[in-house]
Design a protein around this ligand. Sequence first.
Ligand SMILES: Cc1ncc(C[n+]2csc(CCOP(=O)(O)OP(=O)(O)O)c2C)c(N)n1
Ligand SMILES: [Mg+2]
Length: 605
Amino acid sequence: MAKPRPDAAAAARKAHPEIAALERPNPAGTNAPGFGSDVVAETLRDLDIPYIALNPGASYRGLHDSLVNHLGNAAPQMLLCLHEEAAIAIAHGYAKVTGRAMAAAVHSNVGLMHGTMAIFNAWCDRMPIMILGATGPVDAVKRRPWIDWIHTARDQGALIRNYTKWDDQPASPGAAREGLLRAWWLANATPQGPVYINLDAEMQEAKLTEELQPIDMHRFIPPVAQAPAPEVVRAAAELLTKAKHPLILAGRVSRDEAAWSARVALAEAVGAKVGTNLKVGAAFPTDHPLHVSPPAAFLNEELVAAIKEADVIMSLDWVDLAGTFKSAGGWPGAKVIQVSLDQNIHNGWSMDHQGLPPVDLFIAADTDATVHALVEALPKGAAKKPALAVVPAMKQARKSGADEIAVEDLAANLREAVGERAVTLTHVSLSWHGGWWHFGHPLDYLGSDGGGGVGGGPGITVGAALALKGSGRMAIGVVGDGDYLMSATSLWTAVHYRIPLLIVVANNRSFYNDEVHQERMAVARKRPVENKWIGQRMGDPEIDLAQMARAQGAQGFGPITKLEDLAPTFAKAIAAVEAGHVAVVDVRVKPGYGPNVAAAMTRKT
Ligand SMILES: Cc1ncc(C[n+]2csc(CCOP(=O)(O)OP(=O)(O)O)c2C)c(N)n1
Ligand SMILES: [Mg+2]
């Protein structure tokens, strides 16, 4: 369960008066709830949801009216988005930072269809989102000819049921209130995930016939204890303390600083090496001597060696434990401790549960709670000295001397331009390597898009930047050009709502990932490799990515084609973000992936 953050909406309004001042409605004159959708809006307010990202539609015109004229477009405040995929991705990015759902609203079946890929991304990333949608009128005699018929679907939730935790189509305002409470409760309970409430247009627009009985809402969304049982904690503590070569694979953990410190304390106390992964947010200081560096995007040789050497492996909800073992050469000889609640939402449709790993001790509990319990259970003062590994120093950025810019040049120059500033990497490109950037705080890196759905990077960055606004941390998203082009219009929402952020595009003018696959096909079939670019490269005309940013009121820089222009351009873009702007830097990079990524992408099994 997400930690309660009382008054999140009030806190947001106080912290960001410039957002709260936008799009103020004229006073509507009455405040008593009069319609079904007023009850829905009031419940969103009672749930303390600060923002609702949306693209409008007649199916929820009742709710739209309630948000504007009954609530006064505050708590939740609307964030207008230019595409439903952006609305969902923004809520996804917000949850990645806060650990808590914000809302998104999408129109009938068509808006929901637009949002589906982003919902799938959030599902695979185990991130909570409260999605509101609409259909109907369900009662056919109330439908307007044609349009209400094409935008009404029976069991609309079926579109996304396979990758949401729960969905509902309440038939009355009272049932809607209950549905929203249950949805919120389920979305925020571990494993977290998106939920969908489908509001019948008729129910929204109907006059309230009787007042709803007031309820103490908190009694309907109780915190759920997800701590481990004492006997499994004792068993795990014993295995870890007796191990000669313990290894912790730190996967899905929270952004909480105390939990971060507890993981460090645990690893140091038992002398465990710790592996981390770029699929999920930062989980351990990457420059700590016990960290198996660099963080793996796919499996790297350092982590393979650590897995082979280990006699006890504890997975903190590591994404794809079975696949990791498989790639490391087979089931390990080590005793395996698995800490996860993920099995509670595995279903028969999505295979994102991954392979079934061998486990010797299963701890069905929250990862943070388990680490805290383990630290408590260990004998005091028994800290083993960390093995002194040499953490390789970051390579200095090349500033000149090459015709083409490599993605590594982009990363190193960006890192140096950022310097000592606190930044959050909200996203990294497929071509990124874990060794290019150290993480020393749980908010230094937020993980990937979750479901491998290209087009998530820009929206996730906007949502994360909204949650980080005013925290002193700058949001930086490094995205591929394909990723950027699929959802560049997410930027308008950031510009409009004064959400500063930096997007750096690793622009190889191609859906390059798939060139690698076409190369593999050609080699395997002894056909011409030189044709791999066809149907992949985005040239003739080349697309002016910076101009796409400027067209939406952001500051656009580039295309940067010379190494010597990188550092000064990043300095300018960072200054623009510090002055409150949205900035995009288009960096023309040489196509190419690191050997681990290319090998993992094209391996047979
Ligand atoms: C929605 C969606 N469409 C297509 C793909 C297949 N795909 C995976 S990576 C990729 C290329 C992404 O291009 P870009 O963001 O420019 O990154 P690059 O591979 O060039 O580094 C594509 C098309 C996908 N994963 N998701
Ligand atoms: Mg590309």
